[in-house]
Every structure is written in C-alpha cells, then in structure tokens.
Design a protein around this ligand. Structure first.
Ligand code: TRP
Length: 457
C-alpha cells in the first residue's frame, strides 16, 4: 500500500497523452501502415485496419490501462498485485518475447532511417529519379556491412539513453518535436497532392474494393493494430501504472488511437500519390517509404533540407518508440530477475543485436541470408514480424480481454474507469464492457482460427 502511494505519476493528462503516444507513434505509422496498405489492396485494407483499431485496439488499451493503474505495477508484477492466478503472468512473458521479436527487425528498419539522414545530408537525393531512388534503397538494404553497422548504432543509442537514465528528458524533447514531424508530414501531403496523377493515389488509399478482403488481409490488419498501438505486450500496463487517479482512461485510449491513426493516414496521403505519379507499384513492400519520400521532397522548395529534417524526426520517433518498448524486457530482468539496470539493458540490446543480425541479413531476397526460409515461405525478417504481430500480440490481447471480462469484478472495473464514480460515463463503460467480454475476444478468436486454417473466412 505504501508503495502505491510512493509511485510517481505523470504530472498531467497532457503528459499521459504524449507519453503514451510516444510509444505508439513510430515507424509503424510512416513505414509499416503505408507499405502493408500498398501490399494488401489499398482502401479495403485501411478500412479493416481502422475497424480493428476501434473494435479491438481501443478496448484492449483500456484493459491494459486498467490493469496498470489499479495495480500500480509493471506488466508482470501487476497480475500478482491484482491477486490473479499465477498463469496470468504469462501475459507479461508473452510481452517480453514479443518485444524481442519486434526489436530484431525494427532496429534494422530504424537503421535504414538513420542511414537516410546521413545520405540526405550528403546530398545523395539531389536530383533523384524513381530509378535512382529505388537503387539507393536497394544498396541500403542489401549490405551486408552498412545495414548491420546502422542497426548496431541504433541499439547503442537506445542503450545509452536507457543506461544514462535520461529517458524522461528525451520524452520532454520529443513532446516538442512530434508536432514538427506532424507539420512536415502535412507539407509532404500538400506537395504529394499537387503531383500529376495524385488522384490515383488517393483513390488507391481510400476506395474500398470489398473483393480485396480475405482472411489474410484481416489477420494482417489486426496484427498491425496491435503493433501500432503497442498492445498485447504489457507496455500500456506499465504506462497505466503511472497514470494519475483522475485521468479519464477511456478518453485517453480514444485520443491516442485517433491521433495515431491520423498520423498513419496522413503518411499514406504523402506516399501513395507519389507512388502513382512516379510510376512505382503500391506493392513495393518494405521499401515503399524509402523509395517514394525522397521523390516527394525533390519536388518542393528547400526539399533537401526538409528531407533531412523528415528522416531525422522519423529517426527520433522510431527511437522513442524503441526506448519505451524496450523497457518491457529491461523491467522484467531488473524487477523479476534482480539484475542491475546496466546489465539488464546491455543483455537486452545484446540479444537484440545478435539475433537482429538475422533480420538485417534477410531483409531482401538478394541479401546474404535472403534465401533461407523458416515458417513456410518466410525469411527471418518476415518471420519475426509475423510471429509477433500476427500471433503473439493478438494472443496477449485475447488473454488480457479474458482476464478483465471474466476474472475481474465488473464493479471494480466500473469504479476504476469512472474514477470512483466521479466521471459521468456509466453508459460508455457498459458498452465497452460488452466489447471486452464478448465482441473483442470473439473477433480475436475467429481471426485467429482462420489464420491457422481451422476455419475459413
Ligand atoms: N508502436 C510502434 C510503432 O508503431 C511499434 C512497436 C510496438 C514496437 N511494439 C514495439 C517497437 C516494441 C519496438 C519494440 O512504431
């Protein structure tokens, strides 16, 4: 009880919102949502993604906030504090494994972004054409040494920030930088919309062709919503544990989900007009962002300086997402295994680097390990992504919803979400509860059974 009182909390609702958003906003918005939307059929995929955020993402985020604030503990300790049976700790364990799997490939992509900052500073993209842009990306990705070195630099930066304990300072800085990134994306949007043939890109992004929807599209969109909002891995439990007693957790979830989705959609509006205008394919895959964005900037005044700023801010957003998310395994090692902070950070990033090498060396079919397949036809890079986003995060989310729906007293849940009755939101809580107890888990189970081939959508 005394520990409960001592645990510090965020200073204001504003701080809560920005910190949570800092974990969510990252390469997911700028790199992954656009490239998957391109690869999985455009508007139809985007629609399913937005539905997954609303029907699954928001309810799960509220559950995680509840667990965190009610227990005031980290993701593993929280379940003990809530007097849950031992098995529930597995949610925290799944989260630790997911955080590792994601970091194996995320640190590689962050490395590409870091390298693009320097390439842009050197002026590599001045006078860029679609052919040279694609060639630049290919040389960035295949390596083998440069992408490995960049990945190493990324993990060193993350380690230094965590070990030096300047995470809070970093968060303060990002609070001011995030709006700048937002404005840069808006500038890209305006430029992209004036490109010849821009409307084709918009049509691709927003026109819903229902025939594109199938089981794999739904599973990918669902996995993406977890990845995007950093759900299913205990991160939001940890954030919830620092919330103030008067924070409206439902409103926070909705705001975070909306803002995050807005950033992703605006990134799509910057990218797809360029795809069509410059004669590229929306299904370019993981390189979509890197091939198109230099082209968009080449069409604006001060384009090269703004391009440097764009990749720099994207690198910062990726780094803050990594820092907040890598804390899950670090907290596990320090709090559950009694390790010192420095050892825990170095162990975590050390594992991330050693296995992350496999992701970096398999990012493209012409990479050194590009032809090695695990999990069916997937290489290491794709397998790490698939295992985390499409399997472990949804399983973690499902368990979280079941825990709240069936193992927590409804009254406790209502009291906490209404801030002991001070918020006038009983009907919203009731609707949300129906989602958490029935709709969200059923949706998750259906999509999941479909993905492993037990039922066919
Ligand atoms: N939310 C982050 C983004 O969209 C991705 C993310 C989720 C992540 N979990 C993570 C990144 C764990 C690193 C580690 O960019």
């Amino acid at each position: 009880m005394s520990e409960k009182k001592k645990r510090e909390t965020f200073s204001s609702g504003f701080a809560v919102f920005f910190a949570t958003l800092g974990s969510a906003v990252g390469l997911g918005n700028i790199w992954k949502v656009p490239y998957l939307t391109g690869a999985k059929g455009g508007g139809a995929f985007l629609l399913i993604y937005v539905l997954c955020v609303a029907l699954v993402g928001i309810p799960i985020m509220v559950c995680e906030f509840y667990i965190g604030r009610k227990s005031r503990k980290n993701a593993v300790g929280a379940f003990e504090e809530l007097k849950a049976a031992k098995g529930w700790k597995s949610i925290g364990f799944i989260g630790v494994v997911s955080a590792f799997l994601i970091m194996f490939f995320y640190s590689c992509v962050a490395g590409w972004v870091y390298s693009y900052v320097f390439k842009a500073i050197k002026g590599d993209f001045v006078g860029v054409t679609s052919a040279t842009s694609s060639a630049k990306f290919a040389s960035t990705l295949v390596g083998p040494m440069p992408p490995l070195i960049w990945q190493f630099i990324v993990l060193i930066v993350v380690s230094i920030i965590l070990i030096a304990g300047v995470k809070n300072g970093i968060e303060r800085i990002t609070k001011t930088l995030m709006p700048v990134l937002f404005i840069l994306i808006l500038i890209c949007d305006i430029t992209a919309l004036t490109l010849p043939g821009a409307s084709q890109g918009l049509k691709f992004l927003f026109h819903v062709d229902f025939s594109q929807i199938n089981g794999s599209v739904i599973l990918t969109a669902l996995g993406l919503s977890f990845f995007k909002l950093s759900l299913g891995m205990g991160i939001m439990i940890t954030y919830g544990s620092y919330f103030t007693q008067n924070n409206n957790m439902i409103a926070t979830s909705v705001r975070v989900a909306l803002s995050d989705s807005l950033v992703s959609i605006l990134a799509g509006i910057a990218i797809f007009p360029a795809v069509f205008s410059f004669g590229m394919k929306p299904s370019e895959g993981a390189g979509l962002l890197f091939k198109t964005i230099p082209l968009v900037f080449s069409k604006m005044p001060f384009g090269n300086i703004l391009l440097v700023a764009f990749f720099l801010l994207t690198a910062i957003a990726a780094t803050t997402a990594m820092i907040s998310n890598v804390q899950v395994p670090v907290a596990y090692f320090t709090e559950e295994k009694g390790m010192g902070k420095k050892t825990a950070v170095l162990l975590t990033t050390g594992i991330m680097m050693s296995i992350g090498i496999l992701a970096t060396l398999s990012a493209d079919s012409s990479s050194v390990l590009g032809n090695i397949h695990i999990l069916g036809q997937k290489g290491f890079f794709e397998s790490f992504d698939y295992l985390s986003s499409n399997i472990l995060l949804p399983v973690g989310g499902l368990l979280t919803a079941i825990f709240i729906g069936y193992f927590v007293k409804r009254e406790d849940f209502k009291l906490e979400l209404s801030n002991q009755g001070t918020l006038n939101n009983a009907s919203i809580i009731n609707v949300l509860y129906v989602f958490i107890k029935f709709i969200t888990p059923i949706l998750l189970i259906i999509v999941f059974l479909n993905s492993i081939g037990i039922i066919k959508l």
